[in-house]
Design a binder for this molecule. Sequence first.
Ligand SMILES: *Cc1c(COP(=O)(O)O)cnc(C)c1O
Length: 356
Amino acid sequence: MKTEEVTPIKIKKADSSKIEKVDFDHLTFGSVFTDHMFVCDYVNGSWGTPEIIPYQPLVLDPSARVFHYAQAVFEGMKAYRDDKDGIWLFRPDENFNRINKSSVRMAMPEFPEDYFFEGLKTLLKLDEKWIRKGEGNSLYIRPFVIATEPSVMASPSGQYKFVIICSPAQSYYGGEVRVKIADHYSRSASGGIGAAKAAANYGAQFYPTNLANKEGYQQVIWTDSNTHEYLEEAGTMNVFFRIGDKLLTAPTSDRILDGVTRKSVIAVAEANGITVEVRPVKVEEIVAAAKSGTLKEIFGSGTAAVINPVAGFGYKEDKFELPKSSDSYASMIKKAIIDIQYNRAEDPFGWRYEVR
Ligand SMILES: *Cc1c(COP(=O)(O)O)cnc(C)c1O
């Protein structure tokens, strides 16, 4: 990016690589990690020397504040290898800006842009072999920040650790997804931390998601915490509804995560002549459209799966199935985004970022 000086990164290489032991054809998402990790500590009001070290456990004091007060934020991004061995990131500035926005909301310090990009590129080059060619293969990148100061005093930590770990991933298919529209629990609240990619948001949604799982749903569509009348997100994804030939999605707010994939879906849809209405979407409207047959699709958007179509949904006592269609917006838009990510198509939006 706009670095004038070269960021000094201390590198300690792993003695040997684990890659030979990895079965790349049977990966469980997020369970295998590459040989190295990026770490940088914040003490006395500033970030220290960034380092790349062999992937290893973190040693933290049991009183480290992250364990007690959930000062923890993260990001999810991916690196792709094209057929000519080029390595690409997708809109990484968005992730960089967002992790700092999330940090600010959690009273945590922002991370410098040159440390982030130099650290990430150096790490990806060191672990380059882990980024595999071929349809659906990618390297999932997980930057995160945690509060490390040893003290259970209920105030913001004075020490933090910024870490990046990477995990090889295959294309994600979770089977048919049926979702339950939330009418009691909420993922986030007005004035809360829903717009931050904060670890605590995930902890808070596991319990209601487990309840929905018991009723036969894979995910919950979250509604606004004030009235439960408006549809906001699907699980950990943003959510789109197709009524007739139009796409609807909720505007971002302090309850909704401003997804990179969401923005990209809106741009690709509009570039393909699809009308996208970004406005509050009422549960009532979607139920009525399902009953009258004008509701054609529901899909979630997020980095892990890009787009995840929804097969059906439940609201209170009612269950609805969505029509199966081979010319869905979901599959057209997903293909357009993936082709840009893998450098198989023109990138009119300037979204690709080459790792050299
Ligand atoms: C990460 C996330 C998304 C998707 O964001 P992308 O930038 O598209 O990956 C959507 N909703 C929530 C709650 C999230 O945490």
